[in-house]
Design a protein around this ligand. Sequence first.
Ligand code: FE2
Length: 260
Amino acid sequence: MEERVNRTQSNFKNYFESFSGLSQEHQNNFVIKYDHSLRVADLCKTLAKKIGRSEDEQTLAFCAGLFHDIGRFAQLVEFNTFNDSKSVDHAEYSVKVLRENDFLSDISEQQQTDVLAAIFSHNKREISRDVTGDGLELAKLLRDADKLDILKVITDNYTKPRSVPNHTLTWEMPVGSVVTPAVAKQVLAGDLVDKASVASQLDIKVMQLSWVYDLNFKPSFQFLMESRFMEKIYATLPKSDTVIQIFRSVKVYAENKVMN
Ligand SMILES: [Fe+2]
């Protein structure tokens, strides 16, 4: 098992290092995605362990986590952006890179199908109904780990702003002073905020709060609460009635998930 983890890691590292002649900006973005992938891999493994999965399943979760954004590197080099709507769907690109490089050849066909389905689904609003069984669970683990790590990155940045801009934080949008009504409506209805409704950095933060409605496992909620991600986001928001109401509703939802 250890051996498979090592092989997965060295495939990932070698692929990452195969890009040369990058600009400083691209290099910075490469490192951001590389580090994110490592943390998501570890978190996938930890969550899999906490929900009682076997070592083999934990390794598969690690593998899905490590490779989920591997298409980001080629996306940035070929299109000079991480904006999927202006380039390619980066999850599909990850699947393509994994196939072309044969990075999953040492696991069973069923496991390959599950890993690729989880990666393909990680950035979609919903997991496709075609994904079932172990693949569905893996997709849920990956979505939880990815969201939790993005929450970590954004909230770390509130306390220690980096000089290097991170597109995850701003999407190059205006700051915003009021929550867009469509965004408020979705989160207050207990729904995940649709990216298409997001119009400002304030809306992005509200959307990130709405991610609680898309977490799947109790250990994910425990991690969310222990890390105080919701409180850290809330601390940066203007305290309008709408914002206060939104914060209360996501907080109560998460608290109940930890207790029940
Ligand atoms: Fe991603």
